[in-house]
Ligand binder design. Structure first.
Ligand SMILES: Nc1ncnc2c1ncn2[C@@H]1O[C@H](COP(=O)(O)OP(=O)(O)OP(=O)(O)O)[C@@H](O)[C@H]1O
Length: 229
């Protein structure tokens, strides 16, 4: 299992009237396989998730993934930490589903024909067989989210960070993606408003107003959040 450390991390962003701190000093050691971040809109969950692969830099302090400093060893960290965005359009960059997955396989499969064949196998594994030639823009929300997740997992990350991966999905697809994420062998950090999904994780962090307000047993943290939403 991977090992994620936040050491006295803060995040500030420039605004028209000076810097604004959006994450107060936070120290965490995440070793559980499935970690959920819950909390109100604008509380800092995405900021916390994005720190884990350097999409957001720490203003002070350090983020370390499997011994690698995110600020200094960003490339190595990004190879390890796969990031799934809420909106698949943010990460589906190739014209067709097959080519998009193949892009993720470029390091492991140098030969183009082999790469495309491997991409088809990945699509089939995700229940997307027959989608190879489909335009990534013509997919439904659920199909797009599955494809985005397939593309990230094809890079064989040791940590998967998913930012509200089920928000755009109907009930069936939301369950499907949730089940898939929770069944992964890798460490998964998921930002979610789905408290059922959060309760099925091993550890839940309640983020509020830029700080971790509660951290621990999923049932207890989710119950606290429901009572004090
Ligand atoms: N680059 C930025 N510049 C200015 N403010 C920012 C920036 N990034 C985030 N913020 C602000 O920081 C706060 C936390 O944002 P963040 O996206 O982490 O919240 P969140 O908990 O993920 O919210 P949501 O549930 O709505 O997605 C928000 O008030 C947001 O507007």
């Amino acid at each position: 299992m991977s090992d994620i450390r936040l050491e006295q991390v803060t995040v500030s962003v420039p605004t028209h009237d000076g810097d604004r701190q959006i994450l107060g000093e936070t120290s965490l050691h995440l070793t559980e396989r499935r970690v959920a971040l819950v909390g109100p809109n604008g509380s800092g969950k995405s900021t916390l998730a994005r720190l884990l692969n350097g999409l957001v830099p720490a203003t002070t302090g350090r983020v370390v993934v499997d011994g690698l400093d995110v600020a200094r060893q960003g490339r190595e960290v990004r190879r390890r930490v796969g990031f799934v965005f809420t909106d698949p359009a943010a990460q589906l960059v190739m014209p067709t589903a097959r080519e998009d997955v193949a892009l993720s396989l470029r390091r492991t499969h140098r030969d183009r024909a082999q790469r495309l064949a491997a991409a088809d196998r990945v699509l089939a594994d995700f229940g997307l067989d027959g989608f190879g030639d489909r335009s990534v823009h013509g997919l439904s929300g659920g199909e797009g989210q599955l494809l985005a997740l397939a593309g990230v997992l094809a890079t064989e990350p040791s940590v998967v960070v998913a930012d509200e991966p089920t928000t755009l999905l109907d009930l069936a697809n939301s369950r499907r993606i949730g089940d898939l994420l929770l069944s992964l062998p890798q460490q998964v950090v998921v930002v979610t408003h789905d408290l059922e999904l959060a309760a099925r994780c091993d550890r839940v962090l309640l983020v509020r107003a830029g700080r971790v307000e509660r951290d621990g047993e999923p049932a207890e943290v989710v119950e606290h959040y429901r009572a004090h939403a």
